[in-house]
Design a protein around this ligand. Structure first.
Ligand code: MIC
Ligand code: SF4
Length: 639
C-alpha cells in the first residue's frame, strides 16, 4: 500500500510503535529549535537531564520573543541562553536575527527531516517538506538528549489545492479558508497534508504561511511536498544540498480529502476573538481600524513585505492608523533596505520595528482601549495584544496594507492593478548573527542572572486526590488564559514562583491566592482546553500552585502532554453532561489506589453526594510518567 508524505517521514524515523492512527509512536528527531520565552525552561530541563552535549544533528536556540529590555530580566535570559548554547553544542541565533520560524525556514529546515520545536508554530517548516512539530520545552530537551519524541499517530487529511490564486488574494486567505472549514478544533489528532496542482503555484514562504497556521487548527502538523519550487528556494538560500524530492505515493490513503479551488477564494478576515471566526472582507464592511500590524512568523517573508511596500509606495498611512511593521528576519530586512523598499515603507509613515515577534506576543504596540487592530498574525485571542478590550482581526498583508491607507477595513482588490513581485534568485546570505558552538565546552561558563530560578519539581500523585474545584471554565480556553503573554509576564518565564501569581489572572484574579490557600486543587474545563501555545508554563504554574488534575471535555494536544509531563492528570468526561453538574468549590475525591490500572475512573463529588465517570486515555508510557512525578524524573531513570 502506498504512503502519504507524513507516513513516509514517520516511517523513516520510527523507533517505537505502529503507524496506526490513535496509537502512540516514538520518532527520532533530527533537528530541534527553541525560542527564548520557552527556551530558558527547556535548557534548565536539559541541564537537569545531566547530558554533556546535544545528541541531535542540529539544535538551534533563537532569541525573538522577549526582545524588549525594559529591565534586566530579558537581557539576563539572553545571556544565559547564549552561554548555555555554547556549553552544550547548540547553535545560537542572536537577538536581531529574526523570528525563529522564519529564520529556520531560510537557513536550516530541510525536506524529509524531523524537527521538534518548543513553540506551537514549529510546523511552519512543513512548508519546505519537513515533519515539524511543536511541543513543550521538556520534550524538546529530551529530544536534544537523544530520546525519541512520543505522540499519538495522527490521521492524515489531504487538502487538494486546485487552480491558482486571483490577484490580491494570498496564502493567508487559503489558511483562513481552511480554518473556516475545519475550525480551531478541526485539526486535533490530525496532520494536514497539502497536494494538488495548485501547490506548484505557491512559493515556499507562501506554503509556510499555510503550514504555520495549521497550529490554529490544533493540528499535529501540516506538510507540503518537496518539489522544484522547494529546490529553487533552497538554491536561492545557497542550500541546494539539503534538497530531496518528497512526494506522496499515487495510491496514498487519507482519512479525509478536502478540495479547495484557489481561484474561487477572495480576501478573508478572522474576526475577534478566534482565528476560525472567518468572514469575507467585503462582507464585514468598512469598519474603522486604529492599528495595523504587519509581521509575525505567519506573514513577514520577503514576498509579504515587498507586496506591502509596493502598495504603500508613494502613498501615506491614514492619519488615524498606527502602522507597525516587523520584518521576519534580518535577511528580509536587509533585502528591503538594499532594494529601496524600506525607504518606501518609511516614506509612507510606517513605524518599523525590529525583526522579532513584537506585538504578536504583546511585547509592545498594544492597541488603544476598545480599539480595532488588524494584524497579519495568527492569533487574535482576547487580551493577547496587551489591551483587554481591543478587537483584533487577522488578515493578509495585502488587506492590511490597503486598510492602513484608508483607515477602514478594505478589500485589497479595490487597489486596482495587481502588483507582481519577483522571487529573488539568490538571497543575500549572511549568517553573522548565528553563532556556532565551540568544538569543546571546556571552560565555557553558564551565566545565570537573578531571574533564572531553579526548576520547580513535580511531585508524584497522591493515592487519593481530595481537592476542591478551584476554577470552572468554558470551551476553547487558551494557554494565554492560563499563563498570560505580554510585556509584563514574559520576563518571568524563567521564574515560575513569580509567574504563577498571574495564572488565570484574566479569568479570575483570585485564582493564585485561592489555590495556595487550598494547597491542592482541580480545574474543570470544556472542549479544546489549553489550545494555542506550547508554553509549558501553562502546566508548570498550575502545578506549582498545587493543581493535581484537570477534568475537561477535550484537550489540545501540546497542553495535554505538558500536563502529563508535569504530573497533572488530564481527565475527560465520559458523559459530557456531567460537566454541568459540577460547581466551583465542590470537593472531588479521585481514588488512584489502582495506579491508573483501569481506563475509566469514578470521581466522587463529596459536596453534592454524586459520582461521575472520567477517562484518562493515558498510554502505558504516560502512566509511568505521571506516576513517576513527571517526565523529568521518568527520563532520568531511563537515561
Ligand atoms: C505564541 O505564539 O503564543 C508563542 C509565544 O510563540 C508560544 C510560545 C510561548 O508561549 O513562548 C507558542 O505558540 O508556542
Ligand atoms: Fe512569535 Fe507570534 Fe509566531 Fe508565536 S505566533 S512565534 S509570538 S511571531
Amino acid at each position: 500500500m502506498g504512503m502519504n508524505l507524513a507516513e513516509k517521514i514517520i516511517a523513516s524515523h520510527l523507533v517505537e510503535g505502529r503507524m496506526v492512527p490513535g496509537e502512540e509512536i516514538g520518532i527520532r528527531i533530527d533537528q530541534t529549535l527553541t525560542q527564548d520565552a520557552t527556551g530558558t525552561m527547556a535548557y534548565l530541563e536539559f541541564e537537569a537531564l545531566g547530558i554533556d552535549r546535544v545528541r541531535t544533528k542540529l539544535s538551534v536556540s533563537y532569541v525573538d520573543h522577549n526582545t524588549l529590555q525594559t529591565g534586566f530580566e530579558n537581557a539576563d535570559d539572553h545571556r544565559f541562553l547564549q552561554s548555555i548554547a555554547a556549553k552544550y553544542g547548540i547553535i545560537f541565533s542572536r537577538p536581531g536575527n529574526g523570528i525563529c520560524h522564519q529564520v529556520h525556514l531560510e537557513r536550516f529546515a530541510a525536506p524529509g527531516t524531523t524537527l521538534l520545536g518548543s513553540d506551537s508554530h514549529t510546523p511552519t517548516a512543513g512548508g519546505i517538506g519537513a515533519l515539524a512539530i511543536g511541543a513543550g520545552g521538556l520534550e524538546v530537551a529530551v529530544a536534544m538528549a537523544g530520546g525519541p519524541f512520543y505522540f499519538t499517530m495522527p490521521e492524515v487529511i489531504r487538502i487538494n489545492l486546485h487552480g491558482r490564486l486571483s490577484p490580491w488574494v494570498s496564502a493567508k486567505d487559503v489558511i483562513l479558508e481552511v480554518l473556516r472549514i475545519l475550525t480551531v478544533k478541526g485539526g486535533v489528532g490530525k496532520i494536514i497534508e497539502y497536494g494538488g496542482e495548485g501547490v506548484k503555484t505557491l512559493s515556499v514562504p507562501e506554503r509556510a504561511t499555510i503550514a504555520n497556521m495549521g497550529a490554529e487548527l490544533g493540528a499535529t502538523t501540516s506538510i507540503f511536498p518537496s518539489d522544484e519550487v522547494t529546490l529553487a528556494f533552497l538554491k536561492a538560500q545557497g542550500r541546494e544540498k539539503d534538497w530531496v524530492e518528497l512526494l506522496p505515493d499515487p495510491d496514498a490513503r487519507y482519512s479525509r480529502i478536502i478540495d479547495i479551488d484557489l481561484s474561487s477564494l477572495e480576501p478573508l478576515v478572522a474576526k475577534p476573538h478566534m482565528p476560525d471566526n472567518v468572514a469575507k472582507v467585503r462582507e464585514v464592511g468598512p469598519i474603522k481600524v486604529d492599528q495595523v500590524a504587519i509581521g509575525s512568523c505567519t506573514n513577514s517573508s520577503y514576498i509579504d513585505l515587498m507586496r506591502v511596500a509596493a502598495i504603500l509606495k508613494g502613498k501615506r498611512v491614514h492619519p488615524e492608523v498606527s502602522l507597525v511593521i516587523s520584518p521576519g528576519s534580518r535577511q528580509v530586512f536587509y533585502l528591503l533596505a538594499q532594494n529601496g523598499a524600506l525607504a518606501d515603507l518609511i516614506a509612507s509613515g510606517a513605524r518599523i520595528l525590529e525583526c522579532a515577534c513584537g506585538p504578536c506576543i504583546g511585547m509592545g504596540q498594544a492597541p488603544p482601549s476598545g480599539g480595532v487592530s488588524l494584524r497579519t498574525f495568527n492569533r487574535n485571542f482576547r487580551g493577547r495584544s496587551g489591551t483587554a478590550d481591543a478587537l483584533v482581526y487577522l488578515a493578509s498583508p495585502e488587506t492590511a496594507a490597503a486598510t492602513a491607507l484608508t483607515g477602514v477595513l478594505t478589500d485589497p482588490r479595490e487597489l486596482g492593478e495587481p502588483i507582481s513581485i519577483a522571487f529573488p534568485e539568490r538571497f543575500p546570505v549572511d549568517d553573522g548573527l548565528i553563532l556556532y558552538p565551540p568544538a569543546s565546552s571546556e571552560g565555557v561558563e553558564i551565566k545565570r542572572g537573578p531571574n533564572i530560578k531553579p526548576l520547580p519539581q513535580a511531585q508524584p500523585l497522591p493515592e487519593v486526590i481530595s481537592a476542591p474545584v478551584l476554577l470552572k471554565v468554558g470551551d476553547n480556553i487558551t494557554t494565554d488564559d492560563i499563563s498570560p503573554a505580554g510585556a509584563k509576564y514574559l520576563p518571568l518565564r524563567s521564574n515560575i514562583p513569580a509567574l504563577a501569581e498571574h495564572a488565570f489572572e484574566g479569568i479570575d484574579p483570585t485564582f493564585a491566592r485561592r489555590a495556595k490557600e487550598a494547597g491542592q486543587g482541580v480545574i474543570v474545563g470544556g472542549q479544546n482546553y489549553g489550545q494555542g501555545s506550547s508554553r509549558e508554563h501553562a502546566a508548570l504554574c498550575p502545578m506549582y500552585l498545587g493543581i493535581k488534575a484537570v477534568i475537561a471535555k477535550s484537550f489540545a494536544r501540546i497542553h495535554r502532554s505538558n500536563l502529563i509531563n508535569f504530573g497533572i492528570l488530564p481527565l475527560t468526561f465520559v458523559e459530557e453532561k456531567d460537566y454541568d453538574d459540577i460547581q466551583p468549590g465542590d470537593q472531588l475525591i479521585i481514588d488512584l489506589k489502582d495506579r491508573l490500572g483501569g481506563e475509566v475512573l469514578t470521581i466522587r463529588n463529596a459536596t453534592r453526594g454524586t459520582s461521575f465517570k472520567v477517562r484518562h486515555n493515558l498510554s502505558p508510557r504516560q502512566k509511568e510518567i505521571i506516576l513517576a512525578g513527571g517526565l523529568l524524573n521518568y527520563t532520568k531513570k531511563k537515561l
